[in-house]
Design a binder for this molecule. Structure first.
Ligand code: HEC
Ligand code: HEC
Length: 301
């Protein structure tokens, strides 16, 4: 529907359009009048190269015919479809209506398919190649902006292809992650640890948890602090806690980077990763299928 904020513009456009079309008809008639059959063709008086003179022939019939057809087409079009100001055309066609019709048609086509997928257990779905293909397409549409088109993630966005899970990798946990989203809360520790020195010590200890080279003296002091401030979430051996989204610190897989600087930054400033909830956005059937797709990724060798 045309959105004119005053009738003036509606009439301005409608009248200007009709006048232009009529003017074209008039112009064509004018250009073709005044020629008698069999009459000697006049010269325009322009002569080139001594004997090449321009004649004033009538316009060719086929060309005129095409022009009239074009004008008739334009007239019919404006009668049927919106185009003349706010006149909506006798077919009442709108782009919104056409879009809604297409969506409804699509829903009717894929609805039963998704309903069937929704009834199927995740462990069975991952054996269904067609289901996984649909899942992959959903993934590329809705998830790849954050987790990457290969699902290997990026800094701050977890890799979904490995077997390392922050929030749990069984189908129920993945489904819970997708349905409600996840909010990770790693507080800032710089003040509690007594500034940079304290952060360095704990960083050295965190390095040692995954068996990396560390400065022993600092790591020993760091362990004392770790046991006070960090065990509650990351556990005594740094294995993490999926219920809190506290990552495993002993596997040398890092969400925010594993260099000394990055680890110290995670500890000093804290982190707050958020996975947005998908249920309202995608509905149950798509969440179910995506759960199967994500689960299948980690089951590949
Ligand atoms: C309240 C629970 C909680 C406490 C206490 C806590 N953390 Fe965390 N930590 C988390 C969570 C949750 C994350 C994940 C943050 C995210 O995903 O954005 C995290 C992330 C981290 C990371 C980044 C891991 C990665 O893969 O990049 C490091 C390093 C870390 N914590 C170290 C520590 C240290 C050292 C302490 C103690 C000084 C500590 N945490 C205390 C909850 C906690
Ligand atoms: C706006 C960015 C964004 C989008 C879009 C997004 N995610 Fe996430 N997702 C994240 C972040 C950030 C985390 C990590 C949260 C944290 O720090 O623990 C995450 C975590 C996850 C996890 C948990 C990983 C683990 O190791 O436990 C899964 C599974 C997941 N996302 C799947 C998906 C799927 C499937 C989609 C598409 C429907 C999706 N995500 C869309 C940002 C996003």
């Amino acid at each position: 529907m045309a959105d004119f904020n005053s009738d003036f513009w509606h009439w301005y456009i409608a009248v200007a359009t009709v006048i232009s079309i009529l003017a074209c008809v008039w112009l064509l008639r004018w250009m073709t009048s005044g020629f008698e059959k069999g009459e000697e063709v006049e010269s325009t008086g322009h002569v080139w190269d001594g004997d090449l003179s321009e004649l004033n022939n009538p316009l060719p019939r086929w060309w005129l015919g095409l022009f009239y057809i074009t004008l008739a087409f334009g007239g019919f079009y404006l009668l049927l479809y919106p185009g003349l100001g706010k006149f909506s055309g006798i077919l009442n066609w709108t782009s919104v209506g056409a879009y809604e019709e297409e969506v409804a048609q699509m829903e009717a086509e894929v609805g039963p398919l998704f309903a069937r997928y929704q009834q199927t257990e995740v462990l069975d779905l991952i054996k269904d190649r067609d289901a996984l293909k649909v899942g992959e397409r959903l993934y590329l549409n809705y998830c790849s902006t954050c987790h990457g088109s290969d699902a290997r993630g990026a800094r701050g966005y977890p890799n979904l292809r490995d077997r390392d899970w922050i929030w749990g990798g069984d189908p129920q946990s993945i489904k819970a992650t997708l349905t409600n989203g996840r909010i990770a809360a790693m507080p800032t520790w710089e003040a509690a640890l007594g500034g940079e020195q304290g952060v360095d010590e704990v960083t050295q200890y965190v390095l040692s948890l995954s068996g990396r080279a560390s400065i022993e003296q600092l790591a020993a002091k760091g362990k004392a602090k770790y046991d006070i401030f960090c065990v509650a979430c990351h556990g005594p051996e740094g294995k993490g806690n999926p219920a809190l989204g506290a990552p495993n610190l002993s596997d040398d897989i890092w969400l925010y980077g594993g260099s000394i600087t990055r680890i110290a930054e995670s500890i000093a400033r804290g982190r707050a990763g958020q996975m947005p909830a998908q249920l309202e956005r995608l509905g149950e059937a798509k969440v179910h299928l995506l759960t199967a797709y994500v689960y299948s990724l980690s089951q590949q060798k």
